[in-house]
Design a protein around this ligand. Structure first.
Ligand SMILES: [Zn+2]
Length: 403
């Protein structure tokens, strides 16, 4: 058992050191020891192992005093590659990325909703073809995002209401096709996007405690505490569509009244806009969220007012959630975030009226980082988390140590 504990400790230390190099590069061994609290000889051992794995490289840094020239460590972006698969409702996307998160090659294919194993097998074939065209081995680590409840430990989709899939052993199917893929990291699409915001986002430099709100056809969230995605006991945390914000409020598609979904989801915004215009609701009268935002930007007062109301309703939900989490910030993803100048003041008004007791400042609210709007950032983040294994099990994230 002692050997088991020692190997867990090695993984944790490796994750801490790799995480600090990724976030702070260039960084010396002594800086890593200081920031992480690890013993300098442990840092040295881990750095040597990472150099042997070709995950990092070293370069002589600028002199910091007479006779003192540090050796800086850097992450070797093009030394290792990961696979990324995003299963969408109609289209699935596949990519190879380097371990800094840059996409190297990309492809897509239709999702066959009637046949989950076949869709995943075809994604694996695409991944093999992409690796082949890049002249590299098939990736050892693959991140897979699917909208739904996912058990990441077993890389198994429990259920996806969107796809109407259940109990799909994603990891087993992909490993059958790609025997070299020893590490398949599966996760829910929104939770993966939250992880991408932490790893690649540029809103806040030391992001480790935040609430990631995704607004689209429904409402989902990723909760990150101390640098780790909160999964929940049944892997179903963050399913906020049907959180009640008003008792006896608007009717929701779930049959109950007053759910958040009935106020802020894209279909809810469209329906409120059509109602406000006074047009009969029917298939021809549907105006999508993108068009409403466009109309608001060209002087449509009704569109503008509907979007501002949405900002208010987003604020009402966030004001409650921030009291449970006390986050550093809230990040909002989805088409509605494109109307940021209209929704942000409304959100902040509500948060101002319902502040968190004891907090000196209002919680900051940001739109999702621009770079993370690119597709596949979520599964790339899952894969990179797989490479930087220690994130999952360490006591606190390196960013926490820095504050
Ligand atoms: Zn509902």
């Amino acid at each position: 058992m002692i050997a088991g504990k020692a190997s867990v400790l090695r993984v944790v230390n490796r994750g801490v050191v790799l995480g600090l190099i990724r976030a702070m590069q260039p960084i010396s061994r002594s800086q890593i020891a200081k920031l992480s609290g690890l013993n300098p000889s442990t840092v040295s051992d881990v750095a040597s192992a990472l150099l042997r794995e070709d995950l990092i490289y070293e370069r002589i840094g600028d002199a910091i005093g007479p006779g003192r020239t540090p050796i800086d460590l850097y992450l070797k972006c093009d030394g290792h590659f990961v696979g990324a698969i995003e299963i969408g409702a109609s289209l699935s996307r596949v990519a190879v990325a380097d371990i800094c998160g840059n996409l190297k090659s990309y492809s897509s294919l239709p999702t066959d909703k009637s046949n989950p194993p076949q869709t995943l097998s075809r994604c694996a074939e695409k991944l093999l073809a992409l690796s082949n065209s890049l002249g590299i081995d098939p990736p050892r680590t693959i991140g897979v995002s699917i909208s739904g409840v996912v058990d990441p430990g077993n890389a198994r989709l429990v259920v996806s209401p969107n796809l109407q899939w259940q109990n799909v052993c994603v990891g087993d199917i992909l490993r059958d096709m790609i025997p070299l893929a020893e590490n398949v990291v599966a996760g829910d699409t929104v939770k993966a996007a939250a992880l991408a915001e932490m790893l690649f986002g540029n809103n806040v430099t030391d992001l480790s405690n935040f609430f990631f709100l995704s607004i689209g056809e429904s409402v989902g969230a990723g909760i990150i505490i101390d640098g780790r995605v909160v999964l929940g006991d049944h892997y179903a945390s963050g399913e906020l569509s049907h959180m009640a914000i008003y008792e006896n409020g608007l009717p929701c598609k779930c049959g109950v009244r007053g759910c958040w979904d009935a106020y802020i989801s894209d279909p809810a915004i469209s329906s409120r806009y059509t109602t406000a215009l006074g047009e009969p609701i029917g298939p021809d009268s549907h105006v999508g969220i993108g068009e409403i935002i466009l109309r608001a930007s060209t002087g449509d007062e009704v569109a503008s007012s509907v979007i501002k109301q949405t900002g208010h309703y987003i604020g009402v939900g966030i004001a409650t959630i921030m009291k449970a989490l006390d986050p550093q910030c809230v990040v909002i993803d989805g088409a509605i975030a494109d109307a940021w100048e209209l929704i942000h003041p409304e959100i902040m008004n509500v948060l101002g009226e319902r502040p968190l007791p004891g907090a000196d400042n209002f919680v900051d609210v940001f739109p999702v980082s621009k770079s993370n709007k690119e597709c596949l950032k979520g599964p790339v983040a899952l894969a990179i988390q797989g490479v930087f294994d220690g994130y999952k099990i360490m006591e606190a994230s390196p960013w926490k140590t820095l504050r």
